[in-house]
Ligand binder design. Sequence first.
Ligand code: GDP
Ligand code: MG
Length: 473
Amino acid sequence: LTEKMAGIGEMLQGKKKITAASVERALGEVKRALLDADVNLKVTNGLIESVRNQAVGKLLIEGVTPDQQFVKIMYDELVKVMGSQQAPLARSTKEGEPVVILLAGLQGAGKTTAAAKLAKFCQERGAGVAPAEEPQPEMKEGEVWTPPQREGPPGKVLLVAGDVYRPAAIEQLQRLGERIGAEVFAPGRDVDPVDIARGGVQYARDGGFDAVIVDTAGRQVIDEKLMDELVKVKGACEPDEVLLVVDAMTGQEAATLTAAFNERVGITGAILTKLDGDSRGGSALSVQGVSGRPIKFVGVGERIDDLEPFYPDRMASRILGMGDIVSFVEKAQKQVSEAEMAQLSQKMMDATFDFNDFLEQSKVVRNMGSMANVAKMIPGMAGKLSQQQMDDAEDRAERADLFISLMLPEERTNPDLLIRDAAALQRQRRIAKAAQVRPQDVAAFISDFQTMRTMMSRMSKRMAPGGDMGGAP
Ligand code: GDP
Ligand code: MG
């Protein structure tokens, strides 16, 4: 998926004209990529529709390269689809009562492993009822947030062995509980899971536990009897959280099973496991897209420590492969150092900006993208030039190198020789003849040069320190 997304950016980048048709083509690619990544069709369509609505209007007017604009819109949508913010684990709502967490999911999804990982998480989170989990603060792109470290005694956590069907399930949980020093409530395989859940929660209440985590048997969506049982287990333990454990490799099935569990049992969130594997990423989008419930944690390995809070923005970056996507501003600032810019704008103020500078400058500009894109960066410029005008400008810019190469050194350093008078016309004709073009083509270039001077002057003011696109001091 990541590779495909990168390709889509490149596709748009090469475009001179950003038309509804080119957005459509890019969206077609995105759609294929998402479906290939096993994102549910309904979720995919919703996403595409939303991006289309924003992209078609926006690409034409805003001052960022279209590919980056497009990727940004995609990114924002992905973050939105995945719930925008990190969703913290619930706290107990009742003073002195443990928080009750019920885990559900298919056989082999990683429930029992997740139970132990969560138990460790709750131990580390510590004792006591809310204060509510601190919400993730507003983050700039690329910033990483780590929750504040907590001090105090570890939380007292009870693991409840509710899987009475798989032969070794209870022993597995007991082993894990031993390893992290968490008590395991395991009355045995011949006890009704509903009674185990009820008994476990009661035991945790009486014992002053901070958290109780109920492991359950894996069940197929189609197994009505087991789904019924799960509903009863939920009724018996009145959980604060019902977390659906979803294997990230599940693919298309993730949507179906999320919908089924949510409708049948009702979930409050999900844990996406095995994200360390060769996951195609689609499940992350499907789960929230289908249920409206957030993914709260991700499993990133088989060890007990391999549990992380789920961050929608990081996941979106992972899906888009945006690690190396820099904003247009950053890109522009890299191409044109502030020192160079200051020097150039000084030259423009001194009216010493000449054809040699132009040559240098147009190289930089071409590195940044098309003329059209550059024009869009400049306030007042966007919308005033037609697509045709911008395309023509681009073609003319390509001839600029040729024309300048045919100029005499004194003409390059003193553009006025080509601008002012009848003698200037003679010089223009000479260049036209040598370049095998019409004189008006050279005249057009000279007029372009003057426009360029103005553009560069405005841009340098915007990009200079203190300008609205200026770098940090
Ligand atoms: P359950 O049937 O849902 O209880 O699944 P288990 O917890 O028994 O896990 C099934 C298998 O998946 C085990 O071999 C686990 O070690 C493995 N597993 C669980 N979570 C992860 C994870 O996040 N990453 C990886 N690589 N393996 C995992
Ligand atoms: Mg299990």
